[in-house]
Design a protein around this ligand. Structure first.
Ligand code: GTP
Ligand code: MG
Ligand code: NA
Length: 345
């Protein structure tokens, strides 16, 4: 067994905010994909998920010369819809995550679903950072592709800097009205971390500030969540969505927070008509840096260790209920006890 700090699972990060703030586009920018343009009406209507391995995080944050080593194996990011009708999906996503990114459009400031997200995050005591997105829309903004924010800001003329400062001050004021202190992340003293919301200005179109956003997330997790992120054998696995998919019949998309799943495991899933006892036929994940929702090739696994997003194929999943936990029946377990546990959620 390695030392605790070396046995961390990937943090799970949820991305939230008002409709069209740029949540999906930010992920597209990191992935080099165009998921957002292929969404119906450009609106996210399902939970999405992407795994970013540590090598990618290292590469994307290189220009900031991170002082501390990366200890997490990667980062799992859950994309949620901002449209008001999807409160249940936002709630489910935010309930699972270790940390969150709240995306605010710098041209729009705080909107109803920004405020709703703040309430969800507060209720669940989830730490979060703010991505103050669309800085490239400031009139006269000079593109500095994928540059750390301060470097990009220093390239801007006085007018753009003034406009930025004006909007930032307004938004800090709006957060204050909601009961939160906030400031640019690099102005916050260590002792105030957690008390004051860290704001990272970003552009999902030209990538400014994305290195800062990724580094801040990882540093924060490594600094404040070592216990929570230390890998545990005890299975913790939640159903995100139940999907009818061609070929496999119904599958369930799950987040495996802790523990291991194997092909052939007997599992118990909470169902609308009672507990569903079934056997895992196949376990698959999207490729790293690919989005769960995009049809394409999946990686198949004989066994898989947390933390991961996984598609499980098994018989009888049609009535499975999203948001509930699943259990594996071990050799010494009493099936009846596990059935009760499953339905207890
Ligand atoms: P929902 O999932 O529907 O809530 O929206 P979202 O927050 O995922 O926003 P999305 O990624 O769909 O972006 C909405 C629109 O804003 C799209 O037209 C994007 O191209 C645009 N957009 C997003 N980020 C930026 C940005 O940083 N700069 C500019 N100029 N446009 C952006
Ligand atoms: Mg979206
Ligand atoms: Na959108």
């Amino acid at each position: 067994q390695k030392a605790d700090s070396e046995n961390l699972r990937s943090p799970i990060c949820c991305i939230m905010g008002h409709v069209d703030a740029g949540k999906t586009k930010l992920l597209d920018c990191i992935r080099g994909t165009n998921v957002q343009e292929n969404e119906a009406g450009g609106i996210t209507q399902q939970i999405g998920a992407t795994y970013f391995p540590a090598e990618i995080l290292k590469d994307k944050t290189r220009e900031l010369k991170p002082d501390a080593a990366l200890k997490v194996p990667g980062l799992l990011i859950i994309d949620t819809p901002g449209h008001e009708s999807f409160i249940n999906l936002r709630s489910r996503g935010s309930g699972l995550c270790d940390i969150a990114i709240l995306v605010v459009d710098i041209m729009d400031g705080l909107k109803p679903q920004t405020v709703e997200s703040l309430k969800l995050l507060k209720m669940r005591k989830t730490p979060f950072i703010v991505a103050l997105n669309k800085v490239d829309r400031l009139y006269g903004w000079k593109t500095c592709q994928n540059a750390p924010f301060v470097k990009a800001k220093n390239q801007q003329c006085k007018d753009v800097q003034n406009e930025f400062n004006k909007r930032l001050t307004e938004i800090i004021g709006n957060f204050k009205e909601q009961g939160w202190n906030s400031d640019l992340y690099y102005k916050i003293k260590n002792k105030d971390m957690g008390e004051t919301i860290s704001i990272v200005p970003t552009s999902a179109i030209s990538g400014e500030g994305i290195p800062d956003m990724l580094l801040l997330l990882v540093k924060w997790c490594q600094k404040t969540m070592v216990d929570k992120l230390t890998y545990s054998e005890k299975l913790q696995c939640t159903v995100l969505e139940v999907k009818a998919s061609e070929g496999d019949g119904t599958t369930i998309d799950v987040v495996l927070v802790n523990g291991v799943l194997h092909e052939g495991d007997q599992i118990v899933v909470c169902g609308m008509q009672g507990p569903i006892v079934t056997t895992i036929r196949a376990l698959s994940t999207p490729h790293p840096m690919k989005e769960l929702r995009v049809k394409g090739t999946y990686l198949h696994h004989k066994e898989i260790k947390a933390a991961q997003f996984i598609k499980i194929a098994a018989q009888d999943l049609k009535h499975a209920i999203a948001g509930t936990n699943i259990f594996v029946v071990g050799p010494d377990d009493d099936l009846e006890v596990i059935k009760k546990l499953t339905m207890g959620d």
